[in-house]
Design a protein around this ligand. Structure first.
Ligand code: 6U4
Length: 167
């Protein structure tokens, strides 16, 4: 991993804002196999791009409902991820955790639901940054992650724990 950041994060801003939602219940995490869009074929949490006029929280709830047909209860924002990408507009991603929901996760056109024991998270089938921050979310710690991708390859990273996370 490089020592100096390949870009100036102090002046970075993202044209795309997105969300991720992780439900953790009874020692298991609710993931999806994403069927289309960015990261199709990968395992991730439900989520997606924020619509105009929508808050990050509203987006996280809407995307989880669209992708899995469940309504998440009492989500908390624990982290923020800043992605600099070579072949896609940069993304600022708001990351939420919840312990409960109503409804039953269902397969949709966008996603296949997948319950996984938290000790068996399939990081090898996920985005390569996830192993650096998802453990913090599991421990209910806040985090700010900054990542630089060249295509699908993660070439630089910095993860700060215990920071104050804006809404
Ligand atoms: N490096 C990365 N690591 C990660 O864990 N999730 C990432 C990621 N880069 C992008 N994502 C996630 C964040 C967000 O949930 C999603 C954005 O993908 P999309 O653009 O496909 O969103 P949508 O599902 O809204 O697509 P559309 O329905 O086509 O708008 O991808």
């Amino acid at each position: 991993m490089m020592e100096a950041a390949p870009m100036d994060w102090a002046i970075w801003s993202a044209p795309v804002h997105a969300t991720l939602m992780f439900v953790i219940r009874d020692g298991q995490i609710l993931l999806i196999e994403k069927k289309r869009g960015l990261g199709a074929g990968k395992i991730n949490g439900p989520g997606g791009k924020i619509d105009p006029g929508e808050s990050p929280l509203e987006c996280a709830l809407r995307e989880t409902e669209e992708e899995l047909r469940i309504r998440v209860l009492e989500p908390r924002k624990l982290g923020e991820l800043h992605f600099s990408m070579s072949d896609f507009p940069d993304i600022l991603c708001h990351v939420y955790r919840a312990e409960d929901f109503t409804g039953t996760p269902e397969e949709t056109e966008e996603a296949v639901p997948l319950w996984v024991p938290i000790e068996e998270i399939p990081y090898e089938r996920m985005w390569s940054d996830d192993r650096f921050w998802l453990p913090l979310l599991l421990m209910e710690q806040t985090f700010l992650g900054r990542f630089v991708f060249q295509g699908e390859e993660l070439v630089w990273r910095e993860v700060t724990e215990g920071v104050t996370i804006p809404d």
